[in-house]
Design a protein around this ligand. Structure first.
Ligand code: NAI
Length: 328
């Protein structure tokens, strides 16, 4: 049988962690033939809670779970890791300025980048979920100079899935018939969910919708502000759907996108579509053979151009801010 794949999850005792770990251990991250070893990273105060989750993992008797280790030290947590899911982050609290938020997260993602650089496996793949995800990924990446830059990604798959679901409802078409939807830019309210290249049952989605007002005034803001809608309804932020998207992101990266489809991932820009090189921005990507590639040559109309540029401008500002703070 195959040797277990080491999966490190940070913020393991948090609410996304709780929704995520059981699905990883059951085989949904890497498939039914791949055993996994979990390496959980938490802050010291939350180690006990993570230990509690580990007891429950044990009680599931997952055939694919080769063990669970818990750490409060990043260097050890990332030793030999093949898949690193960076979920734990410092949330924005009342009265916190953006610079404070970026600085607090720098204190988390800089040492984690260093630890990945020092000890992760050669094939390590990194997904940053913790917000501000794109810029946290940039910070971690900049402290891991020996790891190929393209292994650092941030999650916009939840936004992608939300957009697919909203489009499916609007057109009364099953989600399985929707392809080639794209989230561009930052995982923030400025993100741009683009249906101009999307297809519904083989037909162009924007043409099928044929309602620019709905697009501009309902679809885009609904997807971009869905996080707030969930908090309002649930009294807690989205956790199960975020965990589901993290599973999807890694599963697609490792196993590939379906023929004739693509997905959305925030990845280091190579300058495509006018996105400054190095920014970790969401793009349409095709995954094959364990690698992703940014889809090239899409025509960007005026409606899309302005929205992509606005979100990318926000990413540029975030990059400037963390540069100023000496975090990259
Ligand atoms: P949570 O607050 O329930 O859990 C976060 C956990 O991270 C806590 O257990 C905390 O102890 C831990 N943590 C804090 N600093 C750490 C460190 N230095 N090392 C290891 N662990 C550390 O939060 P939740 O709901 O699980 O969300 C986690 C993050 O994911 C948040 O930043 C949230 O904004 C983000 N998120 C991102 C989404 C996306 O689409 N990219 C979607 C939903 C949430």
């Amino acid at each position: 049988t195959q040797a277990p794949v080491n999966v490190t999850v940070t913020g393991a005792a948090g609410q996304i962690g709780y929704a995520l770990l059981f699905r990883i251990a059951s085989g949904q991250l890497l498939g039914p033939d791949t055993p996994v070893k979990l390496r959980l990273l938490e802050i010291p105060q939350a180690v006990k809670a993570a230990e509690g989750t580990a007891l429950e993992l044990e009680d599931c008797a997952f055939p694919l779970l080769a063990g669970t280790d818990i750490f409060d030290d990043a260097k050890r947590a990332f030793e030999g890791t093949n898949i690193a899911l960076l979920v734990g982050a410092r949330p924005r609290t009342k009265g916190m300025e953006r610079a404070d938020l970026l600085e607090a997260n720098g204190g988390i993602f800089k040492p984690q980048g260093e630890a990945i650089n020092a000890g992760a496996a050669d094939d390590v793949r990194v997904l940053v979920v913790g917000n501000p995800a794109n810029t946290n990924a940039l910070i971690a990446q900049s402290h891991a100079p020996d790891v190929p830059a393209e292994r650092f990604t941030a999650m916009t798959r939840l936004d992608h899935n939300r957009a697919v679901a909203q489009l499916s409802k609007k057109l009364n078409a099953p989600v399985s018939e929707i392809r080639k939807l794209t989230i561009w830019g930052n995982h923030s309210a400025s993100q741009y969910p683009d249906i101009f290249h999307a297809e519904v049952g083989g037909r162009n989605a924007a043409e099928a919708v044929n309602d620019e007002k709905w697009l501009a005034e309902e679809f885009i803001p609904r997807v971009a502000k869905r996080g707030a809608e969930i908090i309002e309804a649930r009294g807690a932020s989205s956790a199960a759907s975020a965990a589901n998207a993290a599973i999807d992101h890694i599963h697609t990266w490792v196993n590939g996108t379906a023929e004739g489809d693509w997905t959305s991932m925030a990845v280091p820009s190579d300058g495509s579509y006018g996105v400054p090189e190095g920014l970790i921005s969401s793009f349409p990507v095709v995954c094959k053979g364990g690698k992703y590639e940014i889809v090239q040559g899409l025509e960007i109309n005026e409606f899309s151009r302005g929205r992509i540029d606005a979100s990318v401008a926000e990413l540029t500002e975030e990059r400037e801010a963390v540069k100023k703070l000496g975090l990259i």
